[in-house]
Design a protein around this ligand. Sequence first.
Ligand code: PLP
Length: 496
Amino acid sequence: MTASDPIYLDYAATTPVDPAVAEAMGRSLAEPDGLGNASSATHVFGRRAAERIERARAEVAALVGAAPGEILFTSGATESNNLAVLGAARANAHRGRHIVSSRIEHKAVLDPLKRLEKEGFAVTLLSPDRSGRVDPEAVRAALRPDTVLASIMLVNNEIGVIQDIAAIGALCRARGVLCHSDAAQAVGKIPLDAHALQLDFMSFTGHKLYGPKGVGALYVRDGARARLQPIAFGGGQERGLRPGTLPTHQIVGLGAACDLARRGLPAEHARLAGLRERLWQGLAPLGGVHANAEGAPCVPGILNVSFEGVEGESLVTGLPELAISTGSACNSASAEPSYVLRALGRDTQLAQSSLRLSFGRFSLPEHIDLAVNAIRREVARLRTLSPASEPGHSAATAEVVGEAGGPGQEVWVRFRLSVRDGSVKGALFKAYGCPHTLAVAAWVAERLRGRSRADLAPGTPAEWAETLAVPVEKLGRLLVVEDALADCARHWREPG
Ligand SMILES: *Cc1c(COP(=O)(O)O)cnc(C)c1O
């Protein structure tokens, strides 16, 4: 990173590769153990590669309390989830065709489940409570005689909540139901023991724990291997469950990352918990700030907060000095707010005003302080556009207010005009919405002076979109700006 780069606070999306990991990978690529194909048992190059891979397998296994033979290498957590969910469901379809999961799973679990529904499986998706926890009793209640698999994530990637997988694993085991957990956000972050959790399958990935992208693992409990079938076919590697030539340097990187994580975990956990507290103490004084997942156990490296009256995408756009993400999606035509926050029962507007701040190994207290200052500045600025701070108006003019959309909705725009002698003398706007909506509302407000009631709109939504380079799929949102102007015309009253 260079000095002018933003501060990286998006560790939940991916973590930087630890320099020690990069070094181990570089060595592996350069040295003869990078040459051989681990399946080539007839010569020393193949045997060296195989040896190096087995050493990494042991390092990975040690981090998650597994035996080395219970670790399969994959391309990442997406593939591991697909293999576990599709492979376990299909291998056990003769026993039953029902699966239990949750609404807050990653798409890499939800989408394979949708695929299984097309194949005739029934899926029960449980809702979490308001803090984001899936009640193990709800899992128990959802189990049916034909349930073959439960898949509940260990740590949620948006809000950081840790699920009670030990309880869920135990009750599944007692009922003979296979249990999978997506642990991409948990491995290396909290102490984990796959055997103690009574899991049959557990997915994780290198790039969330300071390893490389493109490599991950699936823990497959010894006794559960026969109840899993492959989703790809080929050379028979990884006991036939995940065929394909093993990428030696990637696996060496994953092994090194797991080894580093295991040795540093207790101290790092405490340090990150301190940073999280520092961040929260810095933001809370703003008021109208909600910590999502409050009251539930969380990993220390994720803080998801909602700011009343501030739209998340506009907030992120106003914070170029921070590399962060939001739960809301300004890039979709429908502006669908985070399905995870919605599942927690947040209303659309609070779900859309969220910021996910995630930090880790290379985050320092001064990064947190800088982020706090920047967010406080930007939230305060955006809130001046909110209905809580209305400007006054002089007695010589009449005030005309028009609005469209509405509080609690995705987009809301209000214009406040001073009118006299048949034309606009001044205009203010307030808006809640994505950056495009705000930009167009501001642009329009600047062009209302001198305009009459009959000819109030300075152009059409299509023209505004073109002038301000708004993507065509977002044109629909600009209709709210037009509607707000029409509402002004409806309410137009002259002084006296
Ligand atoms: C990142 C992530 C994934 C996807 O992992 P990839 O290695 O990028 O495929 C799946 N589940 C969760 C919870 C994640 O955070």
